[in-house]
Design a protein around this ligand. Sequence first.
Ligand SMILES: O=c1ccn([C@@H]2O[C@H](COP(=O)(O)O)[C@@H](O)[C@H]2O)c(=O)[nH]1
Length: 281
Amino acid sequence: MSPLEPFGARLRRSMDERGPLCVGIDPHASLLTEWGLNDDVAGLERFSRTVVEALSERVAVFKPQSAFFERFGSRGVAVLEKTVEDARAAGALVVMDAKRGDIGSTMAAYAEAFLRKDSPLFSDALTVSPYLGYGSLSPAIEMARESGAGLFVLALTSNPEGGEVQHAVRADGRNVGATMLAHLAAENAGEEPLGSFGAVVGATLGDLSSYDLEINGPLLAPGVGAQGATPADLPEVFGAALPNVVPNVSRGVLKHGPDAGALRASADRFAEEIRAALATK
Ligand SMILES: O=c1ccn([C@@H]2O[C@H](COP(=O)(O)O)[C@@H](O)[C@H]2O)c(=O)[nH]1
């Protein structure tokens, strides 16, 4: 099976054409209720379909949060498969937020599940956890290269608890988050226009000028909206790496549904605020 064009190149083009906003598809039980839907598989299916139909032609990336689909078992996973298929067919890229991470031999199976081109859950990129050691991600890196997919490695997460692990200082004086960024910079070296191996770096983290965020790869930035960060915070957080930032908004957009026009208006507002923030650099 022939590989896709590398994820980094496809993402760069999509960000240039549509702007960098990533909308999360996070069907929280509370959102299903607010949308007048039942907290069941039919509600899940309707919610996801509505988001994809409303936004697939204007956002660069969707990020379905696998947990909210897995909670319904195999029928929820079937909805996730269809959501990914529909979003990709409509021209958006899909980052599967499943945060997988395990010993290398098991990681190979996760890679087959999400990154092998003919897998039912194939996604353009997958979030992965490097906390069994960056080297444990090798099978996913290999499979991503083979398929033309990408990865987003948890480096500096948006939640306040993340620092306990990610700010821990190693024997060489560098902290764990910075070490993950350095691994990714090596992975992406020489790639043009953008490498396919990105980092997750929270938009909530304030000034990150002590980190080298210039990894020649995308920076997925959750935390805008419900977690309190705003598009205006992005220049301070990301500095010179700003052009490679993919800000994610989930609840901040989704709370405006189920009306498709209101979802679009909210996504457009975030997109405009992000454009304005990018223009300040
Ligand atoms: O550091 C991280 C990594 C992932 N996430 C995920 O992003 C969305 C954020 O949702 P909001 O509703 O916009 O807060 C969610 O799926 C998280 O699991 C993150 O928040 N932080």
